[in-house]
Design a protein around this ligand. Structure first.
Ligand code: HEM
Length: 414
């Protein structure tokens, strides 16, 4: 998805834009459309040719209301837009598609292993992974950020879940296919077939990991999921597998695009790159707001609920556009300004309420280490070719971001 710095374009009608289509995000820019919707159509309905329909939420406070209230808005009929009308086989078993009180039972025993303290213990792992990712950039040749950033989250999730390094490339590929099945770079025949192949590969992979740990337990998150109690009982194998999948997908689908999008924003705003050495913490937060890599989440209304712009009727599907909420001028002064020193940055890139990202501490630590190392090593960073965007309504991401860097202390004449 392109990220424009424009506000509402006059004459732009949201009804002319297909927000459901993954292809739209490969070449289009939803930001001007979202700006119109925030201003004058905060509860916008889109009907699909096959009769399905959904409402779009673009204002920050409405987004928090929908994401924050699981009693009024269920996640159990699917939390991703491409599941519209299909339900979710993992409902009641996988965190992201389970409502309280079962959700709280599943989540409580995971809070400690996913805490800020546990994330801090992974900092050395993150630094090693970042060194691998940055190695090709050190010689001044063109560096393909979008591809290499894949290594970063899978190294962290791999360490958490205890997954062998030789499996990481497959895992990165399958999670990319699961998150954005319509992306032509890896689509196999159709989006639905790509999704089925990715799900089958990942579920089968985690089933094998479970069998291995049954023979000899390990000190990792998979063994923890297998032995922890949620409520009164242990998880079923399906529940363990779904949540392994969710943790891996949660990490891999988003983090590379937060890295790539923040790098692009720094290239486009050289004044901010110059400020970055003294502002890594706030740079990470502004990068998350700016890129909002988890672009949309779906809910269904359990009852009639009033939001800006009207009433959501019981049973209706509601898509929350996180990137739109993170540009709401009611909350963010000058929202289209990339400002790495932004104060009181209350972005909802990690969601809001009961489903707030379980991996937020790991993600924040990873991004801080990445930008710390990037800024420490390089004087300049510039685009070295055309940028290509991911075809997905779920993930705002990149498939090509070629850059060239100049190492600190080295001058190159080009
Ligand atoms: C920049 C990186 C990341 C972003 C932007 C992000 C974004 C999000 C968002 C918006 C949600 C809320 C979903 C909803 O409301 O339905 C979420 C949930 C979740 N994320 Fe992340 N995430 C990131 C990194 C990670 C990492 C590194 C992990 C795991 C190591 C992870 C695991 C999860 C899980 C398991 C959930 C479900 C939580 C629940 O339903 O209680 N995420 N994430």
């Amino acid at each position: 998805m392109r990220i424009s710095a424009s506000t509402a374009a006059p004459g732009l009608n949201p009804c002319d834009v297909d927000l459901f289509s993954p292809e739209f995000y490969a070449t289009g820019d939803p930001h001007p459309v979202w700006a119109v919707m925030r201003a004058s159509a905060p509860l916008h309905r889109q009907e699909l040719p096959d009769g399905r329909s959904f409402l779009s939420i673009t204002r920050y406070h409405d987004a928090c209301r929908v994401l924050g209230d699981a009693a009024d808005f269920t996640s159990e009929r699917g939390s991703l837009l491409h599941q519209l009308g299909q339900g979710d086989a993992a409902a009641g078993q996988m965190l992201v598609s389970t409502d309280p009180p079962r959700h709280s039972e599943l989540r409580r025993p995971l809070n400690r292993p996913m805490s800020a303290k546990s994330a801090a213990a992974l900092e050395d792992t993150a630094r090693r992974a970042v060194a691998t990712v940055l190695a090709p950039a050190m010689d001044g040749e063109v560096w393909e950020v979008a591809g290499l950033a894949d290594h970063l989250p899978v190294a962290l999730a791999g360490a958490l879940l205890g997954l062998p390094e030789r499996d990481w490339p497959d895992l990165a590929r399958w999670t990319a296919m699961a998150a954005a099945p319509d992306e032509p770079s890896w689509r196999i025949r159709s989006g639905s077939q790509t999704l089925a192949i990715a799900h089958h590969s990942l579920f089968d992979y985690f089933a094998r990991q479970l069998r291995r740990r049954r023979d000899s337990a390990a000190d990792d998150l998979i063994s923890h999921l297998m032995t922890m109690s949620a409520g009164a009982e242990r998880l079923s194998d399906d529940e363990v597998i779904y949540n392994c999948y969710s943790l891996l997908l949660g990490a891999n689908a988003t983090t590379p695009h937060a890295v790539a999008g923040t790098i692009l924003a720094l290239i486009e705003h050289p004044d901010q790159w110059r400020l970055a050495p003294d502002a890594v913490g706030t740079l990470v937060e502004e990068g998350l707001r700016w890129t909002s890599p988890a672009s949309s989440f779906l809910r269904h209304a359990v009852t009639d609920v009033e939001l800006s712009g009207g009433v959501v009727r019981r049973g209706e599907a509601v898509a929350v556009w996180i990137g739109a909420a993170n540009r709401d001028e009611r909350v963010f002064p000058e929202p289209y300004r990339f400002d790495i020193t932004r104060a009181n940055n209350r972005h909802i890139a990690f969601g809001f309420g009961p489903h707030y990202c379980l991996g937020a501490s790991v993600a924040r630590m990873t991004l801080r280490v990445f930008f710390d190392e990037l800024i420490r090593r390089f004087d300049t960073i510039e685009l070295a070719g055309p940028v290509e965007h991911l075809a997905s309504a779920f993930i705002a991401g990149y498939i090509r971001l070629p850059v060239r860097t100049r190492t600190k202390g080295k001058r190159r004449d080009r």
